[in-house]
Design a protein around this ligand. Structure first.
Ligand code: MRU
Length: 369
């Protein structure tokens, strides 16, 4: 996407240096730092520490990580056991986003078939780059399908802004291009529809206020950062027309894991009759499970992410302690919104209700035998 006149993605393969490069998102919006990922350890560190984050981007990073595992240490990747073990290490980097396992397995399954080392490396890189391009196209399609949802509301509002609330960052930084939840916003804005976005700050790491606000601002989209707890109040006062969020893993029956706090937004939306949509590419569905609350593993991260807040101070990025030094904190990174609270899914194949029948209707190829 366009950042001050420069086309950017959050990950790419540098064909001159033949390295995988990423934006280190930890320091956005104040500093734009680019990192090379040349070893599996570096890829795992970047995923764990959230240089890269957001389900589709984690998937793409895992996919390119499989290529990295083959080239990091001369030709050790020719050894199947070593190669498989490195892929397993990649898959263990974060537990919730489905895309990581999907991306790693997809590239590994293609590459392992090649017994000649050079052919294996070429096959892994080609497949990983295909994952990257496919996800960009999927997000573009999510934007095209999601446009109808925003347009329908806009028509009823006669030129008044359509107020959309979103949580976390499900934008191009979390994907490759366009984003998932943000894709319909970009498409609607580009089509001349008057929109305004309420951006949940998304504590503790502030993906909303740091990343979504930055992205929307760069595209010229009107937005306002709000506290994570403001949504219910705004909904009660008619100030939210629509909620669109992304997801890290969604079951075949329609339960949605997303950034902590999403569930509370869905409850408030239900209570106020506000449509609550989840935008996702098919790589985020977990086709094997139905009960999200029971079966989706929820990542618990370092409590220091809650205890300390990072921001810009006197031109430098600094971190400050908020609670008493001795107070413990608990950092559950995601929650699960049951399908009954979800109005619909916006996918690369179209829009459907959040039910197993409807999801299988869009993805009949995923039906269980
Ligand atoms: O912890 P993060 O920043 O990786 O969490 C990201 C989210 O929760 C996003 O909403 C989700 O991955 C969807 S991204 C299109």
């Amino acid at each position: 996407m366009n950042v001050d006149g420069k086309e950017m993605r959050p990950i790419w393969f540098n064909t001159e240096t033949r390295t995988v490069q990423v934006i280190d998102q930890r320091f956005l919006p104040h500093e734009l730092i680019i990192e090379d990922l040349t070893t599996v350890d570096a890829v795992i560190h970047a995923i764990k520490e959230m240089y890269v984050r957001g389900a589709p981007l984690i998937g793409a990073t895992g996919a390119l990580g499989v290529y990295v595992s083959l080239v990091q240490d001369n030709n050790r990747g020719a050894d199947d056991d070593y190669f498989k073990a490195e892929c397993e290490r990649l898959k263990a980097a974060r537990p919730t986003a489905m895309n990581l396992f999907w991306g790693v397995d997809r590239v590994m399954d293609v590459a392992i078939k090649e017994t000649d080392y050079d052919t294996r490396v070429k096959a892994a890189l080609a497949e990983a780059l295909e994952v990257v391009e496919e996800e960009a196209v999927n997000c573009r399609k999510i934007g095209e399908y999601g446009l109808s949802v925003i347009r329908e509301i806009a028509e009823k509002k006669n030129g008044e802004p359509v107020n959309i609330l979103t949580h976390c960052n499900a934008g191009w930084l979390a994907c490759i291009e366009y984003g998932t939840a943000t894709a319909p916003m970009y498409t609607a804005f580009d089509a001349g529809i008057n929109i305004h976005v309420w951006v949940d700050e998304t504590r503790p790491l502030n993906q909303g206020s740091r990343l979504t606000a930055w992205e929307l601002g760069k595209h010229g989209i009107s937005h306002t950062v709000i506290t994570d707890n403001a949504g219910g109040h705004l909904m009660q006062h008619g100030m939210v027309d629509l909620v669109i969020v992304g997801t890290d893993r969604t079951t075949r029956a329609g339960d949605v894991a997303n950034k902590i706090g999403t569930y509370l937004k869905a409850l408030a939306a239900k209570d106020n009759n506000i449509p609550f949509y989840v935008a996702l590419p098919s790589s985020t569905f977990d086709w094997d499970i139905t009960d999200g609350v029971k079966d989706i593993p929820i990542e618990e991260r370092d409590p220091d992410e809650i205890r300390y807040v990072q921001g810009l101070c006197d031109g430098k990025i600094r971190s400050v302690l908020v609670p008493p030094e001795t107070s413990p904190a608990a950092n559950h990174a995601f929650d699960v919104t049951p399908s009954r609270l979800v109005t619909g899914f916006i996918t690369e194949r179209g829009i459907c209700e959040a039910s197993e029948d409807a999801v299988m209707g869009l993805f009949p190829d995923k039906k269980k035998e």
